[in-house]
Design a binder for this molecule. Structure first.
Ligand SMILES: Cc1ncc(COP(=O)(O)O)c(C=O)c1O
Length: 386
């Protein structure tokens, strides 16, 4: 199999409103090159000063006592599980409506993923957790989908009652809050991705684990670097999952100069879409809750069925709007998950969302004119359907 450039990276040059904006998001690359140059001149390539600064910045951003940088968001999940001694014979409760990395991390840790359905806000249905707990359950792994925090007070209290760990897949929620609190307060770890398509992004792969637990943090600092206490002493066997100093320099630049603007533009754009689309009863949007600060890594709308979704997506693309599906097949129905013996119908909400949801671009390069255009196209589509 050959390497391939992910389709998401490619801008559809024919479209005016794209989902992917990788060139624009690093248009000031010359400023970042200067930061990278400093790193190269110092010969500081791994776990040096730039990584230290990045970890301090990230901890501050996420309100965490400790931030451990790692190679990517998937490793952040895997290393969290490993540090919590979760492996063969254990079960981890998660959702089937997620990017495959969530579930893949549980499987690569050697544990069994056990799914519970989501709600119509795309997040774990906390009411379904209790029934999924067995003697083998060791952790709950909620996914804060699209930038919206899960009901963490409820999930965390179930976890505490049953003596379970909580590893929060926070790949989409840098900057989000639950009841004004940082998410790190509701479990063992929160894990983040800095993949180029994420709200906080670097020039390749990068990830973070944050925690308030000192012993866990110390173990994670070891595990991500072969378990090395120093050059010659190995405390535990571990991995090589370090954030490159060059990527740390990129992340530091973005945290200092860009992230607040990225977050506020996404919120502004999504709120405007909420308002405009609420006027059309053919479109369902997620009900917003005052006590959640969402950061809109994705903006979803739902329509009544798969056929309408397909037609609307085509119509949007024809009219210059890059509407995408995240994602059409939930993980329990993927071939890789066959051995878990789930079947169609097991998670009706996840399956419904996979068939009826569409993501509209809301990134920082989208403005009011683009949003008005998207809304007009959607309204025209339904007018024509009548
Ligand atoms: C929900 C979720 N979890 C985990 C990941 C994995 O992150 P990474 O690509 O940095 O390994 C992603 C990345 O797309 C994601 O969307």
């Amino acid at each position: 199999m050959k390497n391939f450039l992910p389709a998401e990276y490619k801008k559809n040059e024919k479209l005016k409103i794209n989902h992917s904006y990788l060139v624009e998001q690093f248009a000031d690359y010359s400023k970042i090159f200067k930061e990278v140059e400093k790193v190269v001149k110092k010969g500081d390539y791994t776990l040096g000063k730039e990584v230290d600064i990045c970890e301090k910045n990230f901890a501050k951003r996420t309100g965490a006592k400790f931030a451990i940088s790692v190679g990517n968001g998937t490793d952040a999940l895997l290393l969290s599980l490993k540090a919590l001694n979760i492996g063969p014979g254990d079960e981890v409760i998660t959702v089937p409506y997620t990017f495959v990395a969530t579930v893949g991390s549980i499987v690569t840790a050697g544990a069994k993923p056990v799914f519970v359905d989501i709600k119509e806000d795309y997040n774990m249905d906390e009411k379904k957790i209790k029934a999924a707990i067995t003697k083998k359950t060791k952790a709950i792994m909620p996914v804060h989908w699209a930038g919206r925090p899960c009901e963490m007070d409820k999930i965390y209290s179930i976890a505490k009652k049953h003596n379970l760990h909580v590893v929060q897949d926070s790949a989409h929620v840098i900057g989000a809050r639950f009841r004004k609190k940082h998410l790190v307060n509701f479990g063992d770890t929160c894990t983040y991705s800095m993949h180029p398509l994420k709200n906080l992004n670097v020039w390749g792969d990068g990830g973070f684990i944050v925690t308030n637990k000192k012993v866990l943090a110390e173990k994670l600092y070891l595990i991500r670097n072969h378990g090395l206490k120093n050059r010659n002493n190995v405390e535990i066997f571990g991995y090589n999952s370090r954030l490159d100093s060059i990527q740390a320099a990129v992340a530091n630049y973005k945290m200092k100069n860009k992230l607040d603007n990225i977050t506020s533009k996404r919120i502004r754009n999504s709120k405007l879409l909420d308002k405009l689309l609420s006027k059309n009863s053919n479109i369902i949007t997620v009900e917003r809750l005052k006590y959640l600060k969402e950061v809109f890594h994705l903006y979803h709308i739902n329509v009544k069925n798969l056929r309408t979704r397909e037609l609307l997506q085509k119509y949007l693309i024809k009219n210059n709007v890059d509407a995408k599906v995240h994602y059409p097949i939930p993980v329990h129905l993927q071939r890789a998950a066959k051995y878990l013996k789930y079947k169609k119908g097991d998670f009706p909400v996840a399956e419904k969302m996979a068939n009826t949801s569409l993501s509209l671009p809301v990134h920082e390069f989208i403005d009011v004119r683009h949003i008005n255009h998207m809304t007009k196209v959607i309204f025209n589509f339904f007018e024509k359907q009548r």
